[in-house]
Design a binder for this molecule. Structure first.
Ligand code: ADP
Ligand code: MG
Length: 235
């Protein structure tokens, strides 16, 4: 809501200043919204909704530090490794949203979606354009490396993105695969070695242990229901 225009002449400068401030705040808010939209997050998961007590293997102070985004200025990477459902995508998205809030350009990709888009761009002779777009980002999030093995061409295109990002753009990768199994996805040992070499040089590794959060929640609820019905039947 714009401020009321002043009644006195004297107040005009203060009024203008206030208008400028409001305009600046509004511009920054709209820019942040644009960055969030451009990042194409699959959902809006933030650190506020991440239950750190349920995931004690995650170093909370380290995550808080990463949310301040210094690693992006240092072109460092983050690798989130752990079983399915243990909060990797949640944390990757939350860190991406935090980065958007700090003026960083972020793009979230599911790895299979990125590979498909790269292959299509290659067929349509649009690969250079896509690569330029990717190179403009401050942070690339590559979610779910390892669920589907890539074809030879797909793995090479993915490797190309990772090596172009090397020391220029930070990358967050989430994966359910331990390092020794990456060859299964990327095909050749040479490519896997080179990919790991680039990612793990200057990298924060976060391991999410334990079983799926949702599964655990469901079991807890069921246990809750059972003890509830037991106490009901005792009534
Ligand atoms: P992953 O990517 O490791 O397979 P997700 O991050 O997609 O797992 O988590 C699965 C679901 O469980 C998501 O809805 C996520 O928000 C939720 N979740 C997982 N871990 C936590 C946690 N520690 N606190 C709150 N929600 C969590
Ligand atoms: Mg995931």
């Amino acid at each position: 809501m714009p401020p009321e225009p002043p009644k006195e002449n004297l107040d005009h400068l203060a009024f203008l200043l206030q208008l400028c401030e409001l305009e600046l705040i509004d511009r920054e808010r709209r820019a942040a919204q644009r960055r969030l939209k451009a990042a194409k997050f699959p959902n809006h998961k933030t650190l506020d909704t991440f239950d750190f007590t349920a995931q004690p293997s995650i170093n909370r102070p380290l995550v808080a530090e990463l949310a301040r985004c210094e690693y992006i200025d240092l072109r460092e990477n983050i690798l989130l490794v752990g079983n399915s459902g243990t909060g990797k995508s949640h944390l990757a998205t939350a860190l991406g949203i935090a980065a958007c809030g700090q003026g960083k350009r972020v793009r979230f990709w599911r790895v299979t979606e990125l590979i498909t888009t790269l292959m299509e761009a290659r067929e349509e002779r649009q690969l250079i354009r896509l690569r330029t777009q990717l190179a403009k980002q401050d942070l690339l999030i590559l979610d779910e490396l390892g669920y589907v093995p890539a074809t030879k061409v797909g793995a090479e295109l993915l490797f190309d993105v990772i090596s172009t990002a090397y020391e220029r753009t930070s990358v967050i990768i989430t994966t359910n695969l331990p390092f020794e199994n990456w060859t299964e996805v990327l095909g050749s040992e040479r490519l896997t070695g080179a990919t790991l070499d680039r990612i793990t040089h200057r990298c924060h590794i976060l391991e999410t242990r334990g079983e799926s959060y949702r599964l655990r929640e469901a079991k807890r609820r069921r246990r809750g229901d059972r003890s509830q019905s037991k106490s009901d039947s005792q009534d």
